[in-house]
Design a binder for this molecule. Structure first.
Ligand SMILES: *Cc1c(COP(=O)(O)O)cnc(C)c1O
Length: 233
């Protein structure tokens, strides 16, 4: 079995190869290691391999891991991304502990995050989640609702709106994946045109990362290909 270090190296090489295919600078594509459900000793292996950006889906679990590494590796600077569904009664821990939130899809959540962000911390980086496949059960806003929510978020004092995020419905074929990601990239460019400081398009997971990079993703979120399969989600 490959080690976590080898898996990360493999993904990094794949980012470089795919970026070259479409004439992109590989340094403009960040890798988030999605460590949800995985124990701290595996995360530590990733950290020792040079990985510094991590994604977590559950507020309590993520917060515990953040505190664990602050205590055990105080000199290692890590960046923690909240990528799970966020209920309004859980925003405080996220505002106090995470560096990024990818799943903002309501003004109320954004307002709470801004109010609860401690003054001694930098602004919380946020992305608006877009329900690009228009699935009824999925979170995220519809494409035509982006500009209004973005304008409102941009006014909140303790948040920094950085861009958009999507989890498209599972499409097995590359062409189908590319079509959805291209739609997201157009929405991203439109937002860049309307609001200053938009520099992040978070899309691409283990099974669709190549199409996401070709379509212009700047942040891919990889779990399975780094840490192995999960027993639950
Ligand atoms: C679990 C998860 C990932 C990682 O998925 P893999 O297919 O394991 O790479 C990425 N993004 C989000 C929002 C997730 O919940």
């Amino acid at each position: 079995m490959a080690t976590i270090k080898e898996n990360i190296q493999f993904i990094q090489n794949r980012i470089i190869a795919t970026a070259q295919q479409c004439d992109r600078d590989p340094n403009t594509i960040k890798l988030i290691a999605v460590s949800k459900t995985k124990p701290t000793h595996l995360i530590e292996e990733a950290i020792l391999s040079g990985q510094t950006l991590f994604g977590e889906n559950y507020v309590q679990e993520g917060t515990e891991k953040i505190h664990y590494f602050k205590a055990s590796l105080p000199n290692t600077s890590l960046e923690w991304h909240f990528i799970g569904a966020l209920q309004s009664n859980k925003t405080k821990l996220v505002a106090e502990n995470f560096d990024w939130v990818h799943t903002v899809d309501r003004l109320k959540i954004a307002q709470r995050l801004s109010e609860q962000r401690p003054d001694h911390l930098p602004k919380l980086n946020v992305l608006i989640q877009v329900n690009i496949s228009l699935e009824e059960t999925k979170s995220g806003i519809k494409p035509d609702e982006i500009s209004e929510l973005a304008r409102e978020i941009a006014l909140l004092p303790n948040l920094k709106l950085r861009g958009l995020m999507a989890i498209p419905k599972i499409v097995p074929d590359y062409e189908g994946q590319l079509e959805i990601f291209n739609k997201m990239h157009l929405l991203y460019q439109e937002l860049q045109h309307n609001i200053a400081g938009i520099d992040t398009l978070s899309m691409g997971m283990t099974d669709d990362m190549d199409a996401a990079i070709i379509a212009g993703s700047t942040m891919i979120r990889i779990g399975t290909a780094i840490f192995g399969a999960r027993e639950y989600n």
